[in-house]
Design a protein around this ligand. Structure first.
Ligand SMILES: C[S@@+](CC[C@H](N)C(=O)[O-])C[C@H]1O[C@@H](n2cnc3c(N)ncnc32)[C@H](O)[C@@H]1O
Length: 316
């Protein structure tokens, strides 16, 4: 019964803007459950500002900004290309659609071999350009680059964004027959929604000066791998290790005590594989630790790709 209610909430959002990229750790599947843990103040219209500081694909951002009366939103991520994509969609959606629809036309009208040529050429160009690319200022070049990012995301294997140690995008081509590369309707909806948003690339503490007691912050950092064998840190050029998780828990405390903000944080639950692992229980002992069920594909034999729990930590 509970399950039914959850899926209904998500379905109602069908006509709204949704994530324009598939992202590792994307929260779309979990949205119905996360919604139950939003702070009551949000539902009561007492939250002015929403912050998502590890925004990725932004599933929770799109949900909150479209369903609640938030005055402004602030999003951040350390991935500069991802943030460039948000800025281009906000400020230059039509130019982006033009370039992307041409890429789509070329790809969809090609046979498999030609598609492979197009894909690996785009991937090569994208990686080559990275070295000296100015991600900070919007230009025709940045719009083209974002078109490449979206193209790669929609045509690569599993639709993921993953880079190697050197920072090169290294996902091989996928086998989708008829992928929607340019979803103009969604790009325009996303652009509309983003008009309310401040968008910056950088570390998660980039907006401290704006956070106050009418703020709601969602933190969705790279997850702590849930077992020795699961190196599920696919974003990690910088690597988000246990020391980073500890530092983040101190930041959580700062948001709670100094800013008096409402804070919700997601992470993996180490107790899926080791019932003695109290890493997060210790770090967040003064807060509410909820365990929500997620059916995730996890790179761990121990989990057998079944249902696992994730942590949701709130200070309210
Ligand atoms: C779990 S993903 C977020 C998934 C997202 N909630 C979604 O629905 O797609 C984590 C994100 O954190 C970003 N990240 C990693 N280290 C960061 C840091 N120090 N500051 C800000 N963002 C960071 C990564 O680039 C990645 O996009």
């Amino acid at each position: 019964m509970k399950q039914l209610r959850e899926s209904k909430i998500v379905k109602q959002n069908k006509n709204l803007a949704k994530p324009f990229l598939k992202w590792v750790g994307g929260k779309t599947q979990l949205l119905g459950q996360l919604q139950q843990f939003y702070p009551p103040e949000l539902k009561a219209g007492k939250i002015d500002k929403y912050f998502e500081l590890f925004v990725g694909g932004g599933a929770v951002f799109f949900d909150i900004i479209q369903r609640f009366s938030i005055k402004t939103a602030f999003i951040a991520d350390i991935n500069q290309d991802l943030i460039l994509a948000y800025k281009v969609i906000r400020d230059r959606p039509q130019n982006l659609i033009e370039i992307l629809s041409k890429l789509q036309e070329g790809y969809l009208s090609s046979n498999l071999e030609e598609r492979a040529n197009i894909f690996y050429q785009v991937r090569g160009n994208y990686n080559q350009q990275r070295i000296d690319f100015d991600n900070q200022n919007l230009s025709q070049e940045s719009i083209k680059r974002v078109a490449l990012i979206i193209f790669l995301n929609k045509t690569c294997f599993n639709g993921l964004y993953r880079t190697n140690k050197e920072g090169d995008f290294n996902v091989p081509m996928g086998r989708y027959k008829n992928p929607t590369i340019c979803n103009s309707d969604n790009i325009l909806k996303v652009s509309h929604v983003l008009q309310k948003a401040t968008i910056l690339s950088g570390n998660y503490d980039i907006y401290n000066q704006f956070i106050d007691d009418k703020s709601f912050i969602y933190l969705d950092p790279p997850y702590r791998p849930i077992s020795q064998t699961s190196s599920f840190t696919a974003y990690a050029k910088s690597g988000f290790n246990d020391a980073s998780q500890i530092k983040l828990s101190q930041y959580y405390k700062y948001l709670d005590e100094e800013c008096q903000a409402k804070v919700m944080l997601s992470n993996s639950d180490p107790q899926n594989t080791d019932s003695q692992d109290v890493f997060f229980d210790n770090l967040y002992s003064q807060y509410n630790i909820h365990r929500v069920t997620a059916s995730r594909m996890v790179n761990s034999k121990a989990m057998n790709r079944g249902k696992i729990t994730e942590l949701l930590i709130t200070n309210y």
